[in-house]
Design a protein around this ligand. Structure first.
Ligand code: NAD
Ligand code: UDP
Length: 316
């Protein structure tokens, strides 16, 4: 039995990861300050004596006897990470320092949930890990993008300087059940709007692209990455290379839900990347992994989740 710390463990991805790690017979601590995480996401795990939910902020050091750390603590949706941008930088940077310090003391393996945002508004398409990105250092997305870039730097330096056993994955847009209903991300926004027959808010002309990965595919890749040989540190792209325009996504969700919603156009937020698609050759080769769940299949599962959430009321 491994003792595993998951920071951001009550968030969207973190709660799925905790469930998977418990199912594999591990002892799991979910650490969270509940900024965007919800107790409701992990309530089904509470009866398991090998699961602990700890209210703690990663900007403050934390100590526990652990073998592995998955560092996910950080708001991921633009409206939440822009709500308090200075705190977002602190969470990424001080959180990374605190968790790397813990990994160093305990000789634990540590995985960083980095992001496709490190590529910014990319000039290389699809994005490969060797691309250094095109990121605005002073824009409204910078607190997240640059925070995550510094975290990658810290991980790499702790590895080079202190031999900390690190793993870096760059996650592309991920969706699925347990996404925060009000987090403003495109999949949750469009599904909730469609289910309520409200206007679907497409930003810009909807011609920007994203590649959407279902959460189960991501969790599988995270566990595989953690289990790789110490010599493989990444970074490695984890995402679904099927690329869609935002307009196409809106049309798909309207069609699957049978909604009467109309599409309305709102201004494109500044620095919104025009295109995003991962090159996943490295993940295929090293992790023997590729996403299995197609967008239509994943959307149906996610729509069912939000239908139930709307029916039963949204709890904290
Ligand atoms: P989320 O917002 O649902 O989860 C983040 C969790 O971290 C929440 O539970 C939140 O309360 C917690 N948190 C935030 N600040 C904290 C702090 N200072 N101390 C302790 N806990 C804190 O987002 P998610 O989609 O589950 O993302 C998880 C991780 O994966 C994030 O690091 C995110 O940057 C990364 N990521 C996600 C996506 C995606 O599409 N979902 C894409 C790229 C990267
Ligand atoms: N978007 C949109 N309508 C919404 C929410 C988002 O058109 O209600 C667009 C947004 O401008 C972006 C894309 O959808 O181009 C993905 O946005 P999200 O916030 O989900 O993720 P990110 O921009 O971080 O990839």
């Amino acid at each position: 039995m491994k003792r595993i710390l998951v920071t951001g463990g009550s968030g969207f991805v973190g709660s799925h990861l905790c469930k998977r790690l418990l199912a594999e017979g591990n002892d799991v601590i979910a650490l969270d300050n509940f900024f965007t995480g919800r107790k409701q996401n992990v309530v089904e795990l509470m009866d398991n004596p090998y699961f602990e939910l700890v209210r703690h902020d990663v900007t403050i050091p934390y100590f526990a006897e652990i073998d592995e750390i998955y560092n996910l603590a950080c708001p991921a949706s633009p409206i939440h990470y822009q709500d308090n941008p200075i705190k977002t930088v602190k969470t990424s940077v001080m959180g990374a320092i605190n968790m790397l310090g813990l990994a160093k003391r305990k000789n634990a393996k540590i995985l960083q949930a980095s992001t496709s945002e490190v590529y910014g508004d990319p000039h290389v398409h699809p994005q490969t890990e060797s691309y250094w990105g095109h990121v605005n250092p002073i824009g409204i997305r910078s607190c997240y993008d640059e925070g995550k870039r510094v975290a990658e730097t810290l991980f790499t330096d702790y590895h080079r300087q202190n031999n900390v056993r690190i793993k870096i994955i760059r996650i592309f847009n991920t969706y699925g059940p347990k996404m925060h209903p009000n987090d403003g991300r495109v999949v949750s926004n469009f599904i909730i709007q469609a289910l309520q027959n409200k206007d679907i808010t497409v930003y810009g002309k909807g011609q920007q692209t994203r590649s959407f990965q279902y959460v189960d595919d991501l969790v599988e890749a995270m566990v595989r990455m953690m289990n790789t040989d110490d010599s493989f540190t990444g970074p490695v792209n984890i995402g679904n290379p099927d690329e869609f325009t935002i307009m196409k996504l809106a049309q798909k969700i309207i069609q699957i839900t049978g909604s009467k919603s109309k599409i309305v156009y709102l201004p494109l937020p500044s620095d919104d990347p025009m295109q995003r698609k991962p090159d996943i050759s490295l993940a295929k080769r090293v992790l023997d992994w590729e996403p299995k769940i197609k967008l239509d299949e994943g959307l149906v599962k996610t729509i069912t989740y939000f239908e139930n959430l709307l029916k039963n009321g949204i709890e904290k």
